[in-house]
Design a protein around this ligand. Structure first.
Ligand SMILES: C[S@@+](CC[C@H](N)C(=O)[O-])C[C@H]1O[C@@H](n2cnc3c(N)ncnc32)[C@H](O)[C@@H]1O
Length: 330
């Protein structure tokens, strides 16, 4: 995502970042930047470097006064993120000061009007949690023997959770960004009105779900455990996202771009796919099913994925894409 967005980040900072409006001048030379859902690196370091270089370039070429700009970077992720690893991997030649901010980005993270620029990549499709109805056998939205959006009812429950989470994300960020501050969001989306099971990511998840069911059928895990396991992920459509942004009414939309994820090429490279899925979900699976299942599950997943490769090339499969949306705090 960082590579795809490099040009966009450069253009947006050059054209849309109004340093005067942000209060940057002789009395305030520190620019604050936050990465929300930074993980442990190295992508976050590339992104921050791109952002800082773009700001410096803009300052050199467009500002009448020469300020000695300084950068304070906030790295945010969930409390469970390995911040020690992140700090150990920091580029030694960095030109910024570092703060770790461990908490969910669905809550307040920073003091009021304290951040000039926010960035988030490949993180906003993670919900704050699985909607509770999908784990409830008495609910119409019970997701029996599936781990993702299997039916319309289940999808509705996920979509409501996404709406709640996204509104809370936008409201809290609106409090923290200074007026005129920019928020650059890169996230994975699906085409409007496409069922999740028809998308390439939905298919990756369905294959994982079917491996868990097979393990339950072999008596290695219980069916109840599978029924209470669901992925806290939701790939919105660009339309859903735009509607929510308009509804909260704190931001203007400055730019939007969609990039193909190159899913067809990726789907052919089994090891890349398995390692992505494993990196994303191993922790969740370990917590829910225990350490013992992991190796066998991912061996099964590798085989099942290879057997189902054709399904990713079917014309009915709708590939996900990366959506970049640049917002400015009103
Ligand atoms: C796929 S990684 C993306 C990492 C990095 N931004 C990148 O572009 O490579 C998603 C990250 O989002 C984090 N994340 C998910 N939900 C979050 C939340 N509610 N608050 C903070 N971080 C969250 C995860 O812990 C994970 O590190």
């Amino acid at each position: 995502m960082v590579d795809a967005g490099k040009q966009l980040i450069n253009e947006v900072i050059s054209e849309k970042l109004d340093m005067e409006k942000l209060g940057i001048g002789p009395n305030c030379t520190t620019i604050t930047v936050a990465d929300l859902g930074c993980s442990i690196g190295p992508n976050t370091f590339y992104a921050i470097q791109i952002i800082i270089e773009a700001i410096k370039l803009k300052h050199i070429t467009k500002s009448s006064e020469s300020l000695n700009l300084e950068f304070q970077v906030y790295f945010n992720d969930n409390i469970s993120n390995d911040f020690n690893m992140l700090f150990r991997s920091l580029p030694p030649s960095r030109e910024y000061y570092v703060v770790g901010v461990p908490n969910s980005f669905y809550e307040r993270l920073f003091p009021k009007s304290s951040i000039h620029l926010m960035y988030s990549s490949a993180s906003l499709h993670w919900l704050s949690g699985v909607p509770k109805e999908v784990k409830d056998p008495n609910s119409l939205a019970w997701n029996e023997e599936r781990i993702y959006c299997a039916t319309e009812e289940v999808t509705k429950a996920y979509s409501c959770q996404f709406e709640k989470d996204m509104k809370s994300f936008l409201r809290t960020r609106a409090e923290e960004l200074v007026s005129g501050g920019l928020m650059m969001l890169f996230t994975v989306v699906r085409q409007k009105d496409t069922a999740h099971s028809q998308t390439s990511s939905g298919k990756f998840y369905d294959i994982l779900g079917s491996c868990l069911i097979k393990m339950a059928n072999r008596g290695l895990i219980s069916k109840e455990k599978v029924n209470s396991f669901n992925l806290p992920i939701y790939n919105a459509s660009t339309e859903e996202l735009k509607e929510l942004i308009d509804e909260v009414n704190y931001f203007t939309i400055e730019r939007m771009e969609e990039y193909s994820l190159g899913s067809i090429k990726m789907a052919r490279d089994t090891q890349v796919v398995i390692s992505h899925i494993r990196a994303a979900f191993e922790g969740l699976i370990r917590n829910h099913f225990g350490d013992e299942v992991i190796e066998e599950l991912f061996e099964d997943y590798t085989k099942a994925y290879a057997e189902n490769l054709n399904t990713f090339q079917e014309s009915s499969t709708k590939h996900n894409s990366t959506f970049a949306i640049i917002l400015k705090r009103i």
